[in-house]
Ligand binder design. Structure first.
Ligand SMILES: [Zn+2]
Length: 246
């Protein structure tokens, strides 16, 4: 393939832009904020599970307390009724005696229920403390996620702007290069890790960094300036300039 030396040198400008674009794409893919957000998502999911468990514990205790309170109310109502009947003092003596016994046992029952209610309320206080603690941690993690998202979005906007300006610069550079040379460059670039053309410098291929053999050097030196030469090792286009050391 033949191309004006100037067009060949323009390939190096294009390569610089394409390398920058590849670095931009890599930066976008590997933003530390994305890894941090993934870790935060896992943390939030675990904390959310923990919060649900803590809430269930509080709800269970509320239900238990309500049940005990209902029992206390029933016992108290029955005791009040019995005591009212005792105060009236009407009815057979045996019945009144039975009522007195019942009042004693209801009083004991009420006291037991009130003790267990107190115990449940203490447990509820502890459970509420755990719930508040996990809710606090959840809020903290959500805050960190929000901050990280903002930072990631700022970086993405920065990366997008950088990319747009490189893409805008690429057009005019590519326009300076003949279509067949551009096609060859693109083909090599896609199969050679993004590097299609490199400077031949001090007798060394700028692509694979290998030093040319004496025979290669002689062959390249003998080839016309408009001949597009390629590295025997990596097949990349070697662009010759005054620095090429031929
Ligand atoms: Zn090479």
């Amino acid at each position: 393939m033949k191309a004006e030396p100037q067009a060949q040198r323009r390939l190096l400008d294009l390569q610089a832009i394409d390398t920058a674009l590849a670095q931009i794409a890599h930066r976008r893919r590997t933003l530390p904020e994305n890894a941090a957000l993934e870790a935060l998502a896992r943390e939030l999911s675990a904390l959310e599970d923990e919060r649900v468990r803590a809430q269930v514990a509080v709800d269970d205790l509320d239900r238990d307390i309500a049940r005990v309170e209902k029992d206390v109310d029933q016992v108290r109502a029955r005791k009040d009724r019995d005591e009212a009947r005792l105060t009236m003092g009407t009815g057979p003596a045996r019945e009144l005696e039975a009522l007195q016994h019942e009042v004693v046992s209801l009083t004991r029952r009420q006291s037991e229920l009130e003790d267990s209610e107190l115990e449940l309320m203490e447990q509820r206080e502890t459970a509420q403390g755990s719930l508040d603690e996990v809710t606090g941690r959840l809020d903290g993690a959500r805050g960190r996620r929000g901050d990280t998202e903002v930072r990631r979005d700022e970086l993405l906007a920065e990366i997008d702007a950088d990319e747009q300006s490189r893409i805008a610069a690429r057009g005019p550079v590519a326009a300076d290069i003949p279509a067949d040379l551009l096609g060859l460059y693109d083909k090599i670039r896609s199969s050679s890790g993004g590097l299609g053309a490199a400077l031949l410098t001090a007798g060394r291929c700028g692509g694979c960094r290998l030093e040319l053999s004496g025979a290669d050097r002689a062959r390249i030196k003998a080839s016309a300036p408009d001949e597009v030469v390629r590295c025997e090792e990596c097949r990349r286009i070697m662009v010759r300039t005054a620095e090429s050391g031929l």
